[in-house]
Design a protein around this ligand. Structure first.
Ligand code: BGC
Length: 545
């Protein structure tokens, strides 16, 4: 076991997208009561911690990432007391709790923004956000050419003539991190939740807080598709000044007993830039999106693994690995395309080609064993363990992600990976809501999800769920896994083979030919049947060797 190093260096953290995990009060929306009722499931699955998407008071213009009050839980999800009970109960199950914190922006319903609107141009209240006059005659043009991540301009004009910045939806005004009130309030919010027992925070848009004070237009894009990756000095992403904020936050976390930790959602141009977030005295960990964006290709994956480990080890931080989350197409469906398209950095994934879910599932099973064997921690997104695919045919009338409207109905957005989980039974809501209150889930579930439910997969040794359960059990028991180092073993192109000491080998066959497993004393786990020592294409095995 990994008792000598802090837990977060090796942790398997399960992402709970709370709206879609389990509904405890029968309104068709997941909540804290539902999550509490499923803690035994999560303990049995074998995860170390939960990252929970925002549960704060919110008008839900962006699924809770538009926070009106960070010290309140939204009534849709429960109360602060419910959250405290969840934290205590999860701890009794040996599971840590990591909520999301959203420091880049608030809701437009936050008292600060409402005060800023009421106080008018030039007021001190407006200085907590980024208000500017427009350009051009009558100030009718936005102050610069920045664009919203959800589509359209990043500025909205008010009736009084001023514009305000929102890198996301207009309901999510960006905070001004040059303002001392913003620093002080977030430090106090961290303490509010740390003192209620949370074990850490996932920091939303950690790379976006600091803007170039001149607010210049965007720089020209460097085309680096096939060459070395460059860092572009950007006016609002990944600016060096952002690290000073996190050095202060680290000190706040260190005031509390136990190993409290941060994980940054930081999209950085290069592994070096990502590693800067997790230097000593800074944040503990950061998501490694290069792994998630890599195509199903041995060379690409090996390069990402090597670069990530080299850069993170250089600053003494553990790697983290993730395949899916609530913002991207589920990996079973990404891998279900015969050739997985290259992901254009800073753009949303555009799938190409026909969907072959059988292929996607084989690859997803192999990818799970790869990810869980790599040095460091790993993130699972709810439903990964059920092999859920993206729901790509949601009717347009039910779409709720702001991307759908903001893109002018050209991008269906992220609802397809947010469909409520199937727990049991053969018809919707598949046990998502209580049996005596089977409400319609907030997004419709596919009619055939009964076969993917927790109930249907439990005890079926060939299921994705049992694969994850076994993998997580072995990972907990095997001292070679989790934090540490790895050594590549010789293998033909298309095969990844590496050793973790003591005595563990992982082999992944991404080629189209069967591969003879290297010498071993036993097969600890395989993602599919191994016959005559041959690992079939799109399969992985864990060996004692
Ligand atoms: C979250 C998204 C959210 C955005 C704005 C992100 O990166 O993961 O779900 O829409 O931040 O808060």
């Amino acid at each position: 076991m990994h008792s000598t190093t802090p837990w977060w260096r090796s942790a398997v953290i399960y992402q709970v997208y709370i709206r879609s995990f389990a509904d405890g009060n029968g309104d068709g929306v997941g909540d804290i009561a539902g999550l509490r009722s499923r803690l035994p499931y999560l303990e049995q699955l074998g995860v170390d911690a939960l990252w929970i998407n925002p549960w704060y008071k919110s008008p839900m213009a962006d699924g809770g990432y538009d926070v009106a009050d960070f010290r309140e839980v939204d009534p849709l999800f429960g109360t602060v007391t419910d959250a405290e009970q969840l934290i205590a109960e999860a701890h009794r199950h040996g599971i840590r709790i990591i909520p999301d914190i959203v420091p880049n922006h608030t809701s437009d319903q936050h008292t600060w923004f409402q005060a800023a609107l009421a106080a008018g141009p030039g007021s001190p209240e407006r200085e907590r956000y980024i208000f500017r006059p427009g350009r051009g005659p009558d100030g009718a043009e936005p102050p610069n050419d920045w664009v919203s991540c959800f589509g359209g301009p990043a500025w909205t004009r008010l009736p009084d003539g001023e514009w305000y910045l929102h890198l996301y939806a207009p309901e999510q005004p960006d905070l001004n991190w040059q303002h001392p009130d913003v620093h002080a309030d977030f430090e106090s919010i961290l303490r509010f939740w740390f003192s209620r027992g949370v074990d850490g925070f996932r920091i939303d848009v950690a790379h976006g807080l600091v803007k170039d004070p001149e607010l210049p237009d965007l720089p020209p894009l460097l085309d680096s598709a096939d060459g070395p990756r460059h860092h572009i000095q950007h006016p609002h992403w990944d600016r060096d000044e952002v690290h000073a904020i996190y050095r202060t936050w680290r000190k706040v976390a260190d005031e509390f007993e136990g190993d409290r930790c941060f994980v940054a959602e930081a999209w950085a141009d290069t592994p070096e830039r990502l590693a800067a977030y997790v230097r000593p005295g800074g944040l503990h960990t950061a998501f490694n999106f290069d792994f998630l964006m890599a195509s199903w290709d041995a060379k690409d994956l090996r390069a990402v693994i090597d670069d990530s480990l080299a850069m993170l080890h250089a600053v003494g931080a553990p790697a983290t690995w993730v395949l899916s989350n609530h913002d991207v197409m589920r990996h079973t469906s990404r891998y279900a395309r015969k050739t997985v398209a290259r992901w254009v950095p800073n753009e949303r994934y555009q799938p190409e080609g026909n969907v072959d879910l059988e292929l996607g599932t084989r690859r997803a099973r192999a990818a799970a064993l790869l990810m869980l064997a790599l040095p460091g921690g790993a993130y699972l997104y709810q439903g990964d363990e059920l092999g859920l695919p993206e729901v790509e045919d949601l009717p347009e009338s039910v779409l709720q992600d702001p991307i759908w409207e903001r893109s002018g109905h050209t991008d269906h957005g992220r609802d397809g990976c947010r469909v409520p989980l199937p727990w049991s039974g053969q018809s919707a809501p598949f046990g998502f809501s209580p049996e005596n209150a089977p409400a319609e889930p907030w997004l419709p579930q596919p009619a055939n999800w009964g076969e993917r439910s927790v109930e249907a997969q439990t005890g079926d040794e060939s299921s994705m769920l049992e694969l994850y359960r076994t993998a997580l059990r072995i990972r907990r028991e095997n001292p070679a896994l989790g934090d540490g180092t790895m050594t590549w073993l010789d293998a033909p192109s298309g095969v990844l083979s590496f050793r973790r000491d003591p005595g563990f080998v992982c082999v992944v066959n991404l080629s189209t030919e069967p591969y003879r497993l290297p010498d071993h004393t036993s097969i600890l786990l395989a993602s599919g049947p191994v016959t005559s020592g041959l690992l079939a294409p799109h399969q992985a095995a864990w060996l004692a060797a």
